[in-house]
Design a protein around this ligand. Structure first.
Ligand code: MG
Ligand code: MG
Length: 629
């Protein structure tokens, strides 16, 4: 298939969009008329620009309100089409997309539509052009691809073909089985868009909420499998209208778009069992076995207080890097790496972001295969000079310029701690606080970035997204989206908000960009852990009395348990018999904090407690404008 994208998907002016599209590796582009009208130059200028970028204009669109017009308006519609044909000649594009008529005075009847398309086909043929007919979900008489196909079939004209569009098909829950019997040479173009499931009129849904394949909930793989049955391997183009995309960076969105198509075709390949022309063959998504390490970029000055916090929550220093100012702290199966190098990646990261998580190391079955998949998906591999005796650990760029490393048990990578670190002489007497592993990682990002990182994780790793949730922060709404592996070996919470006053947004300002805002560690006994931490002098986020009074009213909770929770500032949630316990440390450097959780068959993240927790934290936050201590 030839992968393409419509200019309407991206923000910016036409020149900027085209550059972004070419840079992302597309070869085809759909030109939207509005982008042409607002462009300061002629269609021939656009043709030259597109050609110089190595792109083809695959279609010019939309041509609206054409078929089934009453006799007095019909002639004008053909005259309009002729003028578009002139523009197409100048653009060097041979396919015009005709979408079904929405005009109130348009007339029904498949034969009438077919006759109009046939006549337009004659005119297109005379000019060496083709037309493709698409059913809009809100078309007046043609709103179903099966009717559009019937009109095209009856038009019986080599220059008239069908345009299929996933959104219009699924917006009306149209059965896709009939697609399988459409002759492939009669399909001129296939447009793909995903969308979140919403109960909304199709027009508003379409104009504001479409997104790239894999970012929404539509059964696109089923659609593509039905299309595959026809043998179609022609143009496949993204056509997305989305308010967040209009606020995003065209370059990063174009890459997301291309990645989404590659990922989609990769899934189609698995379903149909054969390779798709034009799509790379990728190693499978990697199942994450666990989080091997979390690395902080931290300067020497901030290190003592952070190490004090780490040892306070039960970590012990386990090793020092053989040649770098890098330390390893461990507890249970958790490794925390503190990187205070004065040059290189972590140092640059620290200069930009302050104390922050600069890398996450994931345990996978096959690290090189994971990297190969990442490269096939247009992720950005990261390499830095490796000194003698050090391992070259595969990595890609993640959120906010941070790194995601891949460690596997099959190679020396699993021995990184033995190879690159010498054991520490015991420096603290901590016997641990019962933390066992990383439970989840919470990342804050700009609102427009959520779909980007959702696609990044779901396309590369064997994780699924859970439905998006709104969390109430005293400063406004926070949108929260989780990606996780089937048995919870990796859980990442993506948070974003449009209000500048939420904790999530304040983090972006404090840390100068998106990144890890908190890490939650798991314990098997929250009460023991809370007591140990308290004994170590670590202050736990205080939870107001009212919370426990409310808990008592809400949940049928044993008084003794309630007292224990109250005394230790533990948040609690229960779903049927599943239970969840949470405590929080105070924020470090006014932005980062740790959470400690205990799960008993509980799958969620304590959404019911989020507002209380966020409010407690915002009480602790310094007032705006007050300088940092
Ligand atoms: Mg369309
Ligand atoms: Mg959490």
């Amino acid at each position: 298939m030839r992968m393409s994208i419509a200019t309407v998907c991206l923000s910016g002016g036409l020149a900027e969009k085209l550059e972004a599209i070419a840079e992302a590796g597309f070869k085809g582009v759909e030109i939207f008329e509005n982008d042409l009208l607002s462009f300061n130059g002629t269609p021939s200028d656009v043709r030259k620009m597109v050609g110089d970028l190595g792109l083809d204009i695959i279609t010019f669109q939309p041509f609206r309100d054409f078929e089934g017009l009453p006799p007095e308006r019909r002639a004008r519609a053909f005259a309009r089409a002729e003028r578009k044909f002139d523009v197409m000649h100048e653009l060097g594009c041979d396919l015009m997309l005709v979408c079904s008529n929405v005009a109130a005075d348009s007339l029904g009847g498949i034969d009438r539509a077919a006759a109009d398309l046939r006549e337009l086909g004659d005119r297109a043929k005379a000019r060496g052009l083709r037309i493709g007919f698409e059913a809009l979900a809100w078309g007046r008489h043609v709103s179903d691809y099966r009717d559009a196909w019937e009109a095209v079939r009856r038009a019986d004209h080599a220059h008239v073909g069908l345009v299929l569009d996933t959104f219009h098909t699924f917006a009306k829950k149209t059965d896709i089985a009939a697609m399988r019997s459409i002759p492939r040479d009669r399909i001129f173009l296939v447009q793909v868009a995903d969308a979140p499931m919403m109960d909304m009129d199709p027009l508003s849904w379409s104009r504001h909420y479409r997104n790239f394949p894999g970012q929404g909930d539509l059964p696109l793989i089923d659609f593509m499998a039905a299309l595959d049955a026809t043998g179609y391997d022609g143009l496949l183009s993204l056509e997305i209208f989305n308010d967040q995309f209009r606020a995003g960076s065209p370059r990063s969105l174009a890459v997301d778009g291309h990645r989404s198509l590659i990922f989609m075709l990769d899934q189609v390949r698995q379903v149909t069992g054969h390779t798709i022309r034009g799509a790379p063959t990728l190693p499978p998504r990697s199942y994450v076995l666990g989080t091997e390490f979390i690395e902080f970029a931290i300067d020497e000055a901030s290190r003592p207080s952070f190490e004090k916090l780490l040892s306070g929550i039960g970590f012990a220093k386990a090793g020092t890097h053989v040649s770098k100012s890098v330390g390893r702290w461990t507890q249970g199966g958790i490794n925390i790496v503190l990187n205070s190098e004065k040059e290189g990646f972590a140092s640059n990261f620290n200069i930009t972001h302050g104390t922050a998580v600069c890398a996450i190391g994931l345990r996978v079955a096959d690290a090189p295969a994971t990297l190969a998949r990442a490269e096939g998906l247009l992720d950005h591999p990261f390499r830095q000079a490796v000194r003698p005796g050090e391992l070259d650990i595969p990595a890609v760029r993640g959120l906010g310029g941070s790194l995601v490393y891949f460690i596997d048990p099959a190679s020396d990578l699993a021995r990184v701690w033995d190879i690159e670190f010498k054991p520490a002489t015991p420096t603290n007497a901590s016997v641990g606080a019962g933390l066992t592993e990383v439970d989840h990682i919470s990342q804050s990002m700009h609102y427009e970035e959520v779909l980007t990182w959702l696609l990044f994780y779901t396309s590369l790793l064997d994780v699924a997204k859970t439905p998006e949730q709104d969390v109430l922060d005293p400063g406004g709404l926070v949108k929260s989206q989780v990606v996780q592996s089937a048995d919870g070996t990796l859980r990442i919470v993506l948070n974003a908000s449009q209000s500048s006053r939420t904790q999530s947004s304040r983090f972006l300002n404090e840390a100068f960009g998106s990144g890890v805002q908190h890490i939650a560690f798991a314990t098997d006994d929250i009460f023991k852990t809370a007591a140990a931490i308290k004994a170590n002098g670590v202050e736990i986020l205080a939870i107001p009395e009212n919370y426990y009074d409310d808990l008592e009213a809400k949940i049928d909770i044993e008084p003794a348990l309630l007292d224990r929770l109250r005394n230790a500032n533990i948040l609690y949630d229960r779903e049927d018999t599943a239970e969840y316990f949470q405590i929080y440390t105070q924020t470090f450097d006014e932005r980062f904090f740790f959470e400690i959780v205990q799960r008993r068959d509980y799958k969620g993240f304590g959404a019911a407690n989020a507002q209380v927790r966020l409010t407690a934290q915002s009480r602790m936050a310094r007032a705006p404008g007050v300088p940092r201590r």
